[in-house]
Design a protein around this ligand. Structure first.
Ligand SMILES: *Cc1c(COP(=O)(O)O)cnc(C)c1O
Length: 366
C-alpha cells in the first residue's frame, strides 16, 4: 500500500485555495507590460514608508531567530487597542489565526458555521481538521443572514465565524443585528469575528467587535496587516480574545510563526497614521468612482464597507477583462458566475478597469 492509502481522507479531498492571478503570469501570457491587478484586495499605495525603513534597518539581523513572543509589536498593539498583552495572538497572516482556531476547536464530527459566499479559507481550514463546514447562504441583498446562521447552530457546532465586512461581497452587518445575534449564542461556542477589512468600514453603526471580546468570553476578533496596512507579502495578522481563549491559541502555534521582518514592519506601520489615512481616503474615492461609473454602464454594484466592490458585469467578464490586461477576482467558484470582485486601485488603475468594461459593453452592443 502507498501513502495514498494512509493519508487522512479529509486532506486528500481538499480543494486548495486559488489565489488571484499574479501580474507577471498574465504579462507573460499576453506579452503585455502594463497589467493591472485588482484581484487580491492589496493596498494600491504600497507599504507604509515607515514599515519599509524598519525592514531595511532590520535586514542585517535575519541570522537570528525572531522574537517568538512578538514583544514589541504586542506591547504597542495592546496599548493601541487597550487590551492586555496576553489577549493578543499573532500569526503568519490572519490565515494562521483561523488555522489555530481550527486546530484547537475542530475535529471529526465537529461543525464550523459561517455565511456563504464568504472567505474561501473557512471551509478549507475546517475540512483540514476533518470537521464539517456548514455554509449558510447570504440573504437576498448578499448580507449575512444572522437569523439563519443562529438556526444552523446545533449540538456539534464548535465555531461560528462572522466576516464583517464580508469578503467577497463588501456587505456588512450593523451593531443592532449583531447584538441580537451574539447575545443569543451558546456560551461554549467560539465566536470568530473576522475584521480583515475593519479599517475601511464607514457605516456609523458598525459593530464594536472589541466590546464583544470584553462582553462574551470565547469571542475572537481577527485582523490583519495585509489589507489596509499593505504588508500582505510579509504575512502578519492577529487575534484579540479573552486571556483564556488567547492562551489556547498560543499553545497551538509554532514558536516563531511571525518572522523578524514582519514583526518590525507591523510595529512601525502602527505609527504611520498618515499612510492609513491616505489609504482610507483613496479607497473611499475609488468606491465612489466605481459605483458611479459602473452604474452608468448599467452594471450592478453592491454597497461596500471594504476595499473592493462586488459587481455583476455578466458571464465571461473575468476572462474578457484578462484579455484587456485587467485582473479581477472571478466568483464562479462561489456560484456567482455573473459577478466579479474588484479591488480598489489607484485612480488610473480604476480608470483602466472602467474603460475595459466600457469596451466590453460596446462590443456586445455591436
Ligand atoms: C485577506 C483576508 C484574511 C487573511 O489575510 P492574511 O493575509 O492571511 O492576514 C482573512 N480574512 C479575510 C476575510 C480576508 O479577506
Amino acid at each position: 500500500m502507498s501513502v495514498a492509502g494512509r493519508v487522512k481522507p479529509w486532506i486528500a479531498a481538499l480543494q486548495p485555495y486559488v489565489p488571484g492571478k499574479p501580474i507577471e503570469e498574465l504579462e507573460r501570457e499576453l506579452g503585455l507590460t502594463d497589467v493591472v491587478k485588482l484581484a487580491s484586495n492589496e493596498n494600491p499605495l504600497g507599504p507604509s514608508p515607515k514599515a519599509l525603513a524598519a525592514v531595511r534597518a532590520a535586514l542585517g539581523g535575519v541570522h537570528r531567530y525572531p522574537d517568538g513572543a512578538c514583544f514589541r509589536l504586542r506591547d504597542k498593539l495592546s496599548r493601541r487597542l487597550d487590551v492586555a498583552p496576553g489577549q493578543l495572538v499573532f500569526g503568519c497572516g490572519a490565515d494562521e489565526i483561523l488555522e489555530l482556531v481550527a486546530k484547537a476547536f475542530l475535529g471529526p464530527g465537529d461543525e464550523c458555521v459561517f455565511a456563504w459566499p464568504s472567505f474561501a479559507m473557512y471551509p478549507i481550514v475546517t475540512r483540514g481538521m476533518g470537521a464539517t463546514p456548514v455554509a449558510v447562504p447570504l440573504d437576498a441583498q448578499l448580507v449575512h443572514d444572522l437569523d439563519a446562521i443562529a438556526q444552523a447552530i446545533g449540538a456539534h457546532t464548535r465555531v461560528v465565524i462572522v466576516c464583517n465586512p464580508n469578503n467577497p461581497t463588501g456587505t456588512s452587518v450593523g451593531a443592532e443585528a449583531f447584538e441580537r445575534f451574539a447575545t443569543a449564542l451558546p456560551e461554549d461556542l467560539v465566536l470568530v469575528i473576522d475584521e480583515a477589512y475593519v479599517d475601511f468600514a464607514r457605516r456609523p453603526d458598525f459593530p464594536d467587535a472589541l466590546a464583544w471580546v470584553r462582553r462574551r468570553p470565547g469571542t475572537l476578533v481577527m485582523r490583519t496587516f495585509s489589507k489596509s496596512v499593505g504588508l500582505a507579502g510579509l504575512r502578519v495578522g492577529y487575534g484579540i480574545a479573552d486571556p483564556e481563549l488567547a492562551g489556547f491559541l498560543e499553545r497551538a502555534r509554532h514558536p516563531f510563526n511571525v518572522n523578524l521582518l514582519a514583526e518590525v514592519a507591523a510595529a512601525a506601520a502602527l505609527d504611520d497614521h498618515e499612510h492609513l489615512e491616505r489609504t482610507r481616503r483613496l479607497n473611499a474615492e475609488g468606491i465612489e468612482l466605481l459605483t458611479r461609473e459602473l452604474g452608468a454602464l448599467g452594471i450592478e454594484v453592491w454597497p461596500s464597507e471594504a476595499n473592493f466592490v462586488l459587481a455583476r458585469p455578466g458571464p465571461g467578464a473575468y476572462e474578457r477583462l484578462l484579455r484587456e490586461g485587467v485582473i479581477v477576482r472571478p466568483l464562479a467558484g462561489f456560484g456567482l458566475p455573473e459577478h466579479v470582485r474588484i479591488s480598489i486601485g489607484l485612480p488610473d488603475e480604476n480608470e483602466r478597469l472602467v474603460k475595459a468594461l466600457r469596451r466590453m459593453i460596446e462590443e456586445d452592443a455591436r
